[in-house]
Write a protein that binds this ligand. Structure first.
Ligand SMILES: [Zn+2]
Length: 448
C-alpha cells in the first residue's frame, strides 16, 4: 500500500530533522519514501491513498527493548506467601508461573500486551520468553499473536538449567529452530516482521556446558544472546558458589557477550564488568519500573553511557507500553541520587536514539526515524503542543505531554494496524474473555 499522511506536525527523530509543521510523509510499501510540505507532496503523490493527520503529531513508533509477554498472567495473581527477596520473587512467582504455561497460554499472554503495545504506539518489541512445560513451538505462538496485530518483534526462548537438562536442551532447540525460521523468512522477504536471538536466563541458572552450546549457536547463526545480567545480587553469589566465577567474566569467556548481545539490567555490575561489556560492545537494557518493583537497586546508566555501552530501555514485562518506564527512569535516578539535574538527556538518548540503534543492530533494519528509506513504523498522536515545540525542547514535550496523549493511528511496516483508535477486525472483549479462561487453567496449575 502507498500512503500519504498529510497535514501533520512531524517529529522526525533524526539529527537534523527537527519538528516540521504542516508536513506530509509519503509511505511506499513498507518504507518511508518522502517527507515534505503538505502543499508540495499532495500533487507529487497524487495517486497515493490519503490520510489526513488533522494537525496531529506524527512520530516514529516506540520500541520496547526488553519484554516478557508471558508476565501478563501475573496480573492479579495473589501469592499465598509474600516473597522476602529477589530470589524468592523468581522461585515463588516467575518460575512457577512460566512452568504453568501451556501453548494456548503463551499465545494469549502475548496477544493481550500486543494489543496494548499497538494502542500505545509501541511498534517493535524485543521479547524474552519462558514456558518450560511448553517449549517446542512457543516462539511460533508468540509470533502468531503478534501477527494478528501486525506488531514487529525480536523473539527468543529463555534457556535455563533450572528445570533440568532435558528442558534446557529443548530451549536451545527452540531458539535454533526459530532463528532458522526467521532467517528463511527474511531471505524471501527482506521486510519480514520477526527476528530471533539466543535467549538465556541468567548466569546463575546456566551450567558451563549450556553456555558453551548457546555460544556455539550464537556464533554459527550470527545471532546475539539475550540474557539477564546481575539483576539481583543472587546472580553474583550463586554464580560464585556454583561455578566459582565472576558473572561477566564467565559470560565473556564463554562467548555470550558481543555486539549483537543484550545484557538486561546490570544493577550489580562492577567496574571490571562494565569494562568487559564495553570492550565486547555488548548492549545493555535498563528496566527501571521492574527494578523498583523488585527492590533490587538502581543500575548505573550514567557510567554505562560514559563507557559507550549502547544502553536502551525496556519494561521487563511490567507493561506493554514503554512510556511509563521512560517516565520512571527520568524520576528514579534523580530521586535516588538526590540530584534533580541528572537523567534528562541520558533517558532521551536511551529512548529515542539507542532503542532504535539496538533494534537496528539486531535486525539490520533502519527503524525509529522518519527519514527516507527507514521502515514505515510511525504513530499519529493526539498531541497539540500548548507551548512552542522545537527539536531542542522535544524531550520536555515527550515526558510531560506526549507520554499522556492518546495514540490515534499506528502504522507498522507501512500497514495501518490501528486507525482512529480502532484495530480493524479485532474483538478485544472476546479475546480478553478467552485469555481469562486460559488464565484459570494456568493459575490452577500454579497453585497445585
Ligand atoms: Zn527480564
Amino acid at each position: 500500500m502507498n500512503l500519504l499522511i498529510e497535514n501533520a506536525v512531524v517529529f522526525t527523530n533524526h539529527d537534523h530533522g527537527g519538528i516540521l509543521n504542516d508536513h506530509s510523509v509519503a509511505i511506499e510499501g513498507t518504507h518511508i519514501r518522502d517527507i515534505g510540505p503538505t502543499s508540495e507532496l499532495s500533487s507529487k503523490y497524487a495517486d497515493f491513498q490519503r490520510l489526513d493527520a488533522g494537525g496531529r503529531l506524527l512520530m516514529p513508533g516506540l520500541i520496547n527493548a526488553h519484554m516478557h509477554f508471558y508476565g501478563t498472567y501475573a496480573r492479579g495473581l495473589a501469592l499465598r506467601q509474600a516473597p522476602t527477596n529477589f530470589e524468592e520473587i523468581l522461585s515463588k512467582l516467575w518460575w512457577k508461573l512460566d512452568s504453568s504455561l501451556d501453548l494456548d497460554a503463551v499465545y494469549y499472554s502475548a496477544l493481550v500486551p500486543a494489543i496494548s503495545a499497538v494502542k500505545n504506539g509501541v511498534t517493535a518489541v524485543i521479547d524474552h520468553h519462558a514456558s518450560p512445560n511448553a517449549v517446542d513451538g512457543s516462539l511460533d505462538k508468540i509470533e502468531e499473536a503478534l501477527t494478528l496485530l501486525g506488531l514487529r518483534g525480536v523473539l527468543c526462548y529463555e534457556v535455563s538449567d533450572r528445570d533440568g537438562k532435558e528442558i534446557c536442551k529443548k530451549g536451545l532447540s527452540e531458539n535454533a529452530r526459530y532463528i532458522k525460521k526467521c532467517r528463511d523468512a527474511r531471505e524471501s522477504n527482506s521486510d519480514h516482521l520477526y527476528d530471533a536471538m539466543v535467549g538465556l536466563h541468567a548466569s546463575f541458572t546456566l551450567d558451563n556446558d549450556t553456555l558453551k552450546q548457546a555460544s556455539d549457536l550464537s556464533q554459527s547463526t550470527e545471532r546475539g544472546c539475550h540474557i539477564h545480567v546481575l539483576e539481583g545480587e543472587v546472580d553474583r553469589t550463586r554464580t560464585r558458589e556454583k561455578y566459582n566465577s565472576d558473572v561477566v567474566e564467565r559470560l565473556e569467556q564463554t562467548g555470550i557477550l558481543g555486539a549483537k548481545s543484550i545484557a538486561a539490567h546490570g544493577i550489580y555490575l562492577t567496574a571490571d564488568g562494565i569494562d568487559r561489556l564495553a570492550s565486547t560492545d555488548t548492549m545493555l537494557v535498563h528496566n527501571p519500573q521492574s527494578n523498583m518493583n523488585n527492590a533490587v537497586g538502581r543500575a548505573d546508566i550514567f557510567t554505562f553511557l560514559d563507557k559507550n555501552i549502547l544502553t536502551g530501555i525496556g519494561t521487563d514485562g511490567m507493561s506493554a507500553d514503554i512510556k511509563p518506564d521512560v517516565r520512571t527512569a527520568n524520576l528514579l535516578h534523580k530521586h535516588d541520587l538526590r540530584d534533580s539535574n541528572v537523567g534528562w538527556s541520558e533517558i532521551q538518548r536511551m529512548t529515542l536514539k539507542n532503542n532504535p540503534m539496538i533494534y537496528e543492530r539486531l535486525t539490520g533494519q533502519k527503524i525509529g526515524r522518519i527519514e527516507k528509506d527507514c521502515l514505515a513504523d510511525v504513530i499519529l498522536v493526539d498531541y497539540y503542543p500548548p507551548t512552542p515545540m522545537t527539536a531542542d525542547n522535544i524531550w520536555g514535550h515527550v515526558l510531560f505531554g506526549i507520554a499522556d496523549a492518546v495514540v490515534d493511528t499506528t502504522i507498522i511496516n507501512g500497514r495501518m494496524v490501528m486507525q482512529n483508535k480502532q484495530i480493524p477486525g479485532l474483538d478485544e472483549e472476546r479475546l480478553a474473555a478467552q485469555s481469562r479462561e486460559c488464565t484459570e487453567r494456568v493459575w490452577k496449575k500454579f497453585f497445585s
